[in-house]
Design a protein around this ligand. Structure first.
Ligand code: NAG
Ligand code: NAG
Ligand code: NAG
Length: 476
């Protein structure tokens, strides 16, 4: 990848980040409504076992298999789709299949021997977009659609694979750090672990990815290597090759925002297991362990550049307060070009992470379980903050603290005055309006924060006590 391309990518990345955080707010609202509905009706959608999607429940079965005939083992459907979930569809082709990359089509042989619906010459065709944001038609319209077809002629194989394929898209919002994990790697982890109990089988899956942009593949090469032993197949750049697989799954399973629900996972896997996978990709960490007493707990303070909003206006004062509390402090401001191994080393070797709500807090996935995470929540960001990082932090086994900014700590007070609804009651202000980008921009882009150090020190004290304990327990 050359330098200009890299620069362009980094610009794109920044643009996408801004849009995404705003979009995230909408999604979150939609999602919350949906979730609260699901809570009222626990039998709906998420209450299924992990196998559900490969077996039954509202399957969109191949028409080759008509309901009047008595099913026998040989008549098992050649492919099945589960479209019953809120955020994703998933289809599995259970028999050997040919992927034509030119048309993004999986071909399946029609039955050659007699009885199955012989008079029906209509091809059976199913279409699916393999991206777990089904609830959002705008982004889904940009996701490449795949076809599963049982019709002749079947193209011949250029490349024959011994192992199955898993197809998903790295388009949509993927490319923004939050979405890389939320819509990509976490669902990928869930899907592979649900499909295969055996680690070796899971790692033998061939990942077929659409919109696998060069910089993205390069940035996540180590992580992709933890998921699969095989080189990825770039669905958009295969020069009309055909690939044969013994079977294939198209789509990714999601359990909701930045979440792995252990109750839906074989062996109750959780975000902590996901963290363990990240350490395999980016560790080992902390080589030279020093004598216990010499070690001050380490705190990583996440900085945001001022042009995106939600910046910490008194960063230097906050940094001083952190040092005085007894921490070694590192200021971390991730860039698109920051190697993940470097970010991982910094964060996983820290005992505490502090940052204002924003995509960079996705790095909290790098904290070791038991570490402390303080999310600074600007006015108006209370619900997104919990959904995107608070809830995942609990799933990660972190000690999670939320520092909710008060009116007088927000830069918005200068513009609106302390009596304005914008300051006094953000939740009321937001809920009284139909959603609009300009309203959200008030909170997400116009707002910066200046922490009240007297109040913030109370959080630092708690964090310090917990961090000290960690250092004593772990020795580093
Ligand atoms: C497809 O062709 C292009 C241009 O010839 C080449 O750069 C690329 O590596 C090819 N892709 C594959 C998967 O062979
Ligand atoms: C792929 O096939 C299409 C249509 O058949 C053709 O236009 C295109 O040039 C082919 N591309 C490559 C790289 O062979
Ligand atoms: C933190 O971000 C601000 C705003 O962009 C910048 O001015 C400052 O230099 C950064 N501080 C550090 C220590 O990186």
């Amino acid at each position: 990848m050359n330098l200009t391309k890299m620069k362009k990518n980094s610009r794109n990345w920044r643009g996408i980040t801004i849009i995404c955080v705003v979009l995230m707010m909408v999604l979150v609202l939609v999602f919350e409504i949906k979730y609260s509905m699901e809570r009222l009706n626990p039998r709906h959608a998420h209450g299924k076992t992990s196998e559900a999607w490969v077996t039954k429940t509202q399957m969109d079965q191949s028409e080759l298999y008509t309901t009047k005939q008595m099913p026998t083992p040989s008549m098992a459907p050649k492919f099945t789709c589960d479209r019953s979930h809120y955020s994703y569809d998933i289809c599995t082709v259970h028999v050997s299949t040919v992927l034509d990359t030119t048309t993004s089509t999986f071909f399946i042989q029609r039955p050659t021997t007699g009885s199955l619906d012989p008079g029906n010459n209509n091809p059976t065709v199913i279409k699916i977009r393999p991206y777990p944001r089904k609830f959002e038609s705008f982004v889904m319209s940009n996701i490449k659609e795949l076809t599963i077809k049982s019709t002749e002629p079947i193209p011949s194989c250029h490349v024959t694979h011994k192992h199955p394929a898993l197809v998903f898209s790295a388009g949509g919002y993927t490319g923004n750090f939050f979405h890389d994990f939320n819509d990509g790697f976490i669902p990928l982890y869930i899907t592979l672990n649900s499909m295969f109990q055996n680690q070796d089988d899971a790692r033998n899956v061939v990942l077929v990815i659409s919109k696998a942009r060069d910089w993205w593949v390069k940035k996540y090469a180590n992580l992709l290597g933890q998921f699969s032993n095989h080189p990825i197949i770039d669905l958009d750049n295969e020069n009309n090759t055909t690939h044969c697989f013994p079977f294939a799954t198209i789509g990714l399973v999601s359990h909701g925002f930045m979440t792995i629900n252990p109750q839906l996972m074989p062996k109750s896997k959780s975000l902590q297991n996901f963290h363990a996978l990240l350490s395999k990709a980016y560790g080992p960490i902390i080589s030279n362990i020093q004598p216990q007493n010499a070690i001050r707990p380490r705190l990583v303070l996440v900085n945001r550049s001022i042009e995106h909003g939600r910046s910490l206006l008194n960063l230097e004062e906050v940094k001083l307060a952190i040092t005085k509390q007894g921490f070694d402090v590192i200021v971390f401001e991730p860039k698109a070009s920051t190697p993940l191994s470097e970010a991982f080393e910094r964060i996983s070797s820290s005992h505490v992470m502090v940052g204002v709500h924003g995509a960079a807090l996705t790095h909290s996935l790098f904290l070791r379980p038991g570490s402390v995470f303080i999310q600074v929540v600007p006015l108006g960001a209370e619900s997104v903050a919990d959904l995107c990082f608070g809830n995942p932090a609990r799933g990660m086994g972190l000690e999670y603290l939320e520092y909710r900014v008060r009116g007088e700590e927000s830069s918005l007070i200068e513009k609106y005055g302390k009596e304005d609804m914008v300051i006094k009651d953000p939740v009321g202000f937001l809920s009284g309006k139909t959603w609009s980008k300009s309203t959200m921009d008030i909170y997400l882009k116009e707002q910066n924060v200046r922490l009240n150090l007297v109040r913030f020190r109370k959080y630092l004290k708690i964090a310090y006590m917990k961090a000290r304990k960690l250092v004593n327990e772990r020795g580093y």
